[in-house]
Write a protein that binds this ligand. Structure first.
Ligand SMILES: C[S@@+](CC[C@H](N)C(=O)[O-])C[C@H]1O[C@@H](n2cnc3c(N)ncnc32)[C@H](O)[C@@H]1O
Length: 233
């Protein structure tokens, strides 16, 4: 099955557009995270979840700067943040690829996409991004659209993963890759505040991606609670 390119909410926010939006009073001026907790139109449970993903203490173990640096992103590249959540990584990808690149924020939860889009606007910098409301079995990325599909703490949410990743291959540009970061299913991930039975062991990820036609090409071990694997078709 070839993914159907159904994209919603393309945004190419230039510096001029940003200035215009500010002058029209369309933008908030407080930092994204602080502002989000009080946005109207978001349901409290989802907001709590998204705010939690953005909690500053997370940086200590998630090491986002090191993760992004390791991915070797350059201005002009195209990245998909699959299971974007609050946009914790989406915002960092926008900075790394600049407005000359493209970031796809993808999620099954429309409120998450809205939250991500608002948080990008709050960054007050030009960016090029699209927000894709995915189906559970299809991220709906256009064919040959991305250099990297990044999946943090979302792999274990996906179902029938070998089929999913076999289909997703067509979204990668030549030379494209997939990076998967997710919690270890054992003691290494410590107390997570949710049951670990849904987590996927590192070796299972490798088996599933291999079955889907990928090869493990890199593995980083600097994250204390998560594996960090890179695959190419
Ligand atoms: C634990 S959060 C991780 C968010 C983000 N990647 C991060 O590291 O902060 C998982 C996210 O994946 C989304 N999700 C779950 N199943 C999905 C699917 N099949 N396709 C796309 N997103 C999905 C959820 O709505 C949620 O926002």
């Amino acid at each position: 099955m070839v993914p159907v390119p159904m994209i919603s909410n393309t945004r190419h926010l230039t510096a001029a557009g940003l200035a215009a939006a500010v002058s029209l009073g369309l933008l908030f001026v407080t930092p994204a995270v602080a502002q989000h907790g009080h946005q109207q139109g978001h349901s409290p449970n989802v907001m709590e979840y998204l705010d939690r993903l953005d909690r500053p203490e997370r940086d200590q173990e998630q090491k986002p700067a090191q993760v992004v640096e390791t991915l070797g992103l350059k201005p002009g590249m195209s990245v998909a943040d699959l299971g974007a959540g609050s946009g914790y990584f989406t915002r960092r990808f926008v900075e790394a690829v600049t407005e000359t690149g493209m970031v796809y924020a993808i999620d099954v939860e429309p409120e998450a996409l809205k939250y991500v889009e608002e948080s990008l606007v709050h960054m007050h910098r030009p960016y090029t991004a699209e927000f894709i409301h995915a189906r559970p079995g299809n991220p709906k990325l256009p064919v040959e659209s991305v250099d990297l599909i990044f999946i943090c703490n979302t792999y274990h949410h996906l179902e029938d993963r070998s089929t999913y990743f076999r289909n997703v291959k067509s979204a990668l540009k030549p030379g494209g890759r997939i990076a998967i970061v997710d919690y270890y299913h054992d003691a290494r991930s410590g107390e997570l505040g949710f049951p670990k039975k849904h987590l996927v062991p590192r070796d299972t990820v490798v088996e599933e991606l291999t079955a889907a036609g990928y090869k493990l090409v890199k593995e980083q071990t600097f994250l204390p609670k998560q594996y960090f694997l890179e695959f190419v078709p």
